[in-house]
Design a protein around this ligand. Structure first.
Ligand code: C2E
Ligand code: CMP
Ligand code: CA
Ligand code: CA
Length: 380
């Protein structure tokens, strides 16, 4: 077993350029010189003191040592295993991984003054595509390429429109229509989700106030807004929502927030926020119920109003008895806990009837309507 702490005397070589990189080191005390030797000429590259790292480059790029290292005075190093470094790198965001590899490559070229044949690191194409996609998404907001569509949520007892789920759309001039689960997923990986999320809130609340002006006989019509995890966690979330509600003068009880179980898993702050939103009068809907790591205790402890039964269960309920049982079970639990249910993905009359029999309160799906631009929605 290699020793964790290693002592070197003045002039001791720690490793040489071209050696295999089996571990990295941290300097505890003393000093290490990093140098390269070419045609008998030694070129010093750096002097590293306590707290500094060495030997990480060979681990990052899997190549041999880029330089030699020797102690310039009595020195103690702590060795770091290959796994300690490489596991962290594997866990990092693919863009970060890419950037680290680029930097290491540049440093190797810089040290030896040898131009390396451009060799694309593994993953580079996907990473570059992702960064381009992200830049386009960033501009999409400024260039007005995003818009909201609204899909009716129907009361299954009288088939009247209860409200609308807001679903974002991106018509990219280069890519055509992009699926929201894809671009919102990407936005969520970066802080882009915050401006996009705020824009969505503003649009939805503005359209909600228009809706009430256009249809004054249906003052309870609501708009249900999908809120991503990072957006919900952000400290300004409530302020942004409140500012929009006050600006457009809508009633908070007609603003529904669709969150997923993932949001609840983030812990205490999210739970406090839910309480606060509930106190303010917003309605909270748990989306994709049953697909995440559901804990039934959420249903008891949290101020939720509605459960949305995921379309993956609804879709199979007619053909698969287990999915049918699951839907029934969710509808029953919800009823006992005085929560309302929405069944999503209702594509035919058969599904509508099945969900009515189960005692589901609301339904949503292509059978009633596809998501439509605001100008085309007419409550039934
Ligand atoms: P979701 O929240 O589960 O939205 C329901 C999805 O089911 C929507 O897909 C909707 O168009 C689709 N859908 C509705 N009825 C039917 C039906 O009868 N059959 C089928 N096959 N599909 C139906 P969409 O609009 O493509 O959105 C996909 C996901 O993207 C959403 O899933 C949500 O996770 C995310 N998303 C969409 N809009 C937003 C948004 O404004 N904010 C956030 N944070 N996420 C959004
Ligand atoms: P590695 O290539 O594994 O082995 C040599 C180490 O020297 C290298 O990792 C870095 O830790 C370090 N190193 C290489 N070049 C430089 C430099 N220009 N400045 C500082 N440290 C360097
Ligand atoms: Ca939803
Ligand atoms: Ca869903």
């Amino acid at each position: 077993m290699t020793q964790h702490n290693q002592i070197y005397n003045t002039h001791d070589v720690i490793f040489e350029k071209g050696d295999e990189g089996t571990c990295a080191y941290i300097v505890n005390s003393g000093q290490v010189e990093i140098f390269v030797e070419q045609a008998g000429v030694i070129t010093p590259l750096a002097l590293l003191g306590p707290g500094e790292f060495l030997g990480e480059m060979a681990i990052i790029d899997g190549q041999r040592r880029s330089a030699s290292a020797r102690a310039t005075q009595p020195t103690q190093l702590t060795s770091i295993t290959r796994e300690q470094v490489s596991e962290r790198i594997q866990q990092a965001d693919s863009v970060v991984r890419h950037l680290i590899r680029i930097l290491v490559k540049r440093l190797r070229v810089h040290n030896t003054h040898e131009l390396q044949i451009a060799e694309k690191p593994y993953e580079s194409e996907q990473v570059i595509e992702k960064m381009q996609f992200e830049s386009e998404l960033l501009q999409a907001l400024e260039k007005n390429e995003l818009h909201m569509n609204y899909q009716p949520i129907v009361d299954l007892t009288n088939l009247r429109t209860a409200g609308y789920e807001a679903l974002v759309r991106w018509k990219s001039p280069t890519r055509g229509p992009v699926r929201p689960d894809i671009f919102m997923g990407l936005a969520e990986e970066t802080s882009l989700i915050l401006p996009i999320g705020s824009w969505i809130i503003e649009q939805c609340v503005r359209d909600l106030s228009e809706l009430h002006k256009k249809f004054p006989n249906n003052p309870n019509l609501y708009i249900s807004i999908n809120i991503s995890g990072k957006q919900f966690e952000h400290e300004n979330f409530c302020n942004i929502l409140e500012a929009a509600v006050q600006k457009y003068g809508v009633s908070r009880s007609t603003v529904y927030l669709e969150i997923t179980e993932r949001v609840l898993m983030t812990g205490g702050a999210a739970l406090l926020r839910l309480e606060q939103l509930n106190q303010l009068g917003y309605r909270i809907l748990l989306d994709d119920f049953g697909t995440g790591y559901s804990s039934l205790s959420y249903l008891v402890d949290l101020p939720l109003h509605i459960l949305k039964i995921d379309q993956s269960f609804v879709r199979k309920a007619l053909t698969d008895p287990k999915s049918l049982s699951l839907c029934k079970c969710i509808a029953n639990i919800a009823r006992d806990l005085q929560l309302k249910t929405v069944a999503e993905g209702l594509e035919t009359q058969e599904y509508v009837e099945l969900m009515q029999q189960m005692g589901c309160n609301f339904g949503q799906g292509y059978h009633f309507s596809k998501p439509l631009p605001f100008s085309e929605i007419i409550p039934t």
